[in-house]
Design a protein around this ligand. Structure first.
Ligand code: ATP
Length: 242
């Protein structure tokens, strides 16, 4: 379970995340939605201990991430899939990560097979397509077999087959009782993947609801989302009220 309590993060005078409180519960896929600049990445970075909040706190299973022992076994995260050493092979990249948490070598083969990368595991990452790099990021997230998974734009760069694959993977991870938080701008994909939604705008919570309650009968998730977030789109309102 992920829990944010009054989380606040400012950059200069601007609050990127503003008194945000929510829980992400296990055994379901929670979609994390919000317009560009809403604060999704900042929230995820705070949960992962990559940003220090100005107020409030973020906990993973009751503990701040930075205090977690063997973090890869507690939380798997996909952030920027391109931010890996391009000269390394996938196998070497995963082996280096595995060594930091004493993860057995056999697990590397398992996640390579799970993500469809077994045949290219000994190629340099620099030669990979965007979709292959995305799969490698997911392999790294799964390496420690963690109960909590955070995916920032997991479908990014994936082709239709890959998009279905990540959808099925997230559903099955939640089906195993894991906590799955996924941000996305792809509403049609979220509608097929998420059980629950967290919607933020300008760093504040706009909705924390089961997806079935969020979408009125006869409407689409896109309609419901755009109605809710219209007033919180940063680029339309910039300079008008803060
Ligand atoms: N390191 C930083 N320095 C200054 N401002 C930042 C920094 N990181 C984020 N911000 C600002 O904080 C706000 C929230 O950004 P964030 O990246 O968290 O939004 P997001 O919801 O993830 O957006 P997107 O959907 O575009 O990825 C934005 O106004 C952004 O410009």
């Amino acid at each position: 379970m992920i829990r944010c309590e009054h989380l606040t993060k400012r950059f200069g005078r601007k609050a990127a995340v503003d008194d945000l409180s929510f829980e992400v519960k296990p055994a379901r896929v929670t979609g994390f939605l919000g317009p560009n600049g809403a604060g999704k990445s900042t929230t995820i970075r705070a949960v992962l201990g990559l940003d220090t909040p100005d107020a409030g706190r973020a906990l993973v299973d009751g503990v701040p991430y930075r205090q977690t022992e063997q973090p890869l076994r507690r939380v798997g995260a996909l952030l920027d899939a391109g931010a890996v050493h391009q000269g390394r092979t996938a196998w070497a990249h995963l082996a280096a990560l595995a060594a930091t948490c004493h993860i057995r070598r056999g697990r590397i083969e398992e996640v390579l097979a799970l993500t469809g990368l077994a045949d290219v595991a000994h190629r340099r990452i620099g030669t990979y397509s965007l979709g292959m790099k995305q799969r490698l990021g997911i392999a790294a997230a799964l390496l420690g077999d963690p109960p909590v998974l955070i995916f920032d734009e997991p479908a990014n760069g994936l082709d239709p087959e890959g998009i279905r694959w990540i959808r099925d993977l997230m559903r099955s991870l939640a089906g195993e009782g894991r906590t799955v938080l996924a941000s996305s701008h792809l509403m049609s994909e979220m509608a097929l993947t998420a059980d629950h939604l967290l919607v933020i705008g300008r760093g504040r919570l706009l909705a924390d609801v089961p997806i079935t309650d969020f979408v009125p009968a006869g409407a689409s998730l896109e309609d419901a989302y755009l109605d809710l977030s219209a007033s919180a789109v940063e680029y339309r309102t910039e300079g008008t009220d803060h």
